[in-house]
Design a binder for this molecule. Structure first.
Ligand code: KIV
Ligand code: NA
Length: 265
């Protein structure tokens, strides 16, 4: 199989083919995601929530991101693997940002990194790009700034914030990013940005006009019970399927039905 590259991602936008991105954090899940034809696997810092059970993405460390990323890389035969730089690993100064990105590339074998923010992190983005590392931007709802926002509600509804987002998207393109995630912003704004920049936009809760879409795999598979924001389409109810399977196992063990004669040596 031919590896998806950042160039192929750009060509997809150029010819109007939508880009499918999903998160994965471990080998077994990433193998299924890759086999199913996902173009970009994001090793998101949402691992902090769905893998580790933290309330926010802030606690996850660079070492933990590298552990998740290296597991995903071993499974991904076709997909482009992009890894989130975690909170605290790039905002301080651009030298630290570069070191963090280099550690991810060297120690996990991933193909690029994603950083949250626009103008504020321009120096870090440039420095990472100058080292030959592909960078994806992330604008709109940026969960590493949750304590600044206060809530996980839709961003950039007011004109001032919308204008900053347009400027940030243009800046990220100018710096040389290969794409940008737009999270939880009005569909009309995402459409405008997607049409005004040449690099692909990947939306989550940003409407149908983005050049691609991304979801957190645990959410779209319905593993997390009760997380049902408007933007989420649940493609399965794995919580129900797994609960049924596991309680069936418990019952069989208690009833002395498992293992049976054929299931032993
Ligand atoms: O960490 C993550 O899963 C993400 C996506 C939701 C874009 O950043
Ligand atoms: Na993230």
């Amino acid at each position: 199989v031919k590896r998806v590259t950042t160039h192929i991602i750009q060509e997809m936008k150029n010819r109007g083919e939508k880009i499918a991105m999903l998160t994965a954090y471990d080998y077994s899940m990433a193998a299924i995601v890759d086999e199913a034809g996902v173009d970009i696997i994001l090793v998101g810092d949402s691992a902090s929530n769905v893998m580790a059970g933290h309330e926010t993405t802030l606690p996850i460390t660079l070492d933990q991101m590298i552990y998740h990323a290296s597991s995903v890389v071993r499974a991904a035969k076709r997909a482009l693997v992009i890894v989130d730089l975690p909170f605290g690993s790039y905002q301080g100064n651009s030298k630290e940002a570069l070191n963090s990105a280099i550690r991810i590339m060297k120690e996990s074998g991933a193909h690029g990194v994603k950083l949250e923010g626009g103008l504020e992190i321009a120096e870090s983005v440039s420095r990472i790009l100058a080292a030959g590392i592909p960078v994806m931007g992330h604008l709109g709802l940026t969960p590493q700034s949750i304590y600044k926002f206060g809530t996980y509600t839709v961003r950039a509804k007011e004109e001032a914030e919308a204008q900053k987002l347009r400027d940030d998207a243009a800046k990220l393109q100018e710096l040389g990013c290969f794409g940008v995630v737009l999270e939880k912003i009005p569909a009309a704004l995402a459409k405008e940005v997607s049409e005004s920049i040449a690099i692909p936009t990947i939306g989550i809760g940003a409407g149908q006009h983005c050049d691609g879409q991304v979801l957190v795999i645990h959410d779209m598979l319905g593993i997390n019970k009760g997380f049902t924001p408007r933007f989420l389409r649940q493609y399965a109810n794995l919580h129900y399927i797994m609960n049924t399977a596991i309680s069936g196992y418990v019952n069989d063990v208690k009833a002395k039905d498992f293992p049976n004669e054929k299931e032993q040596y």
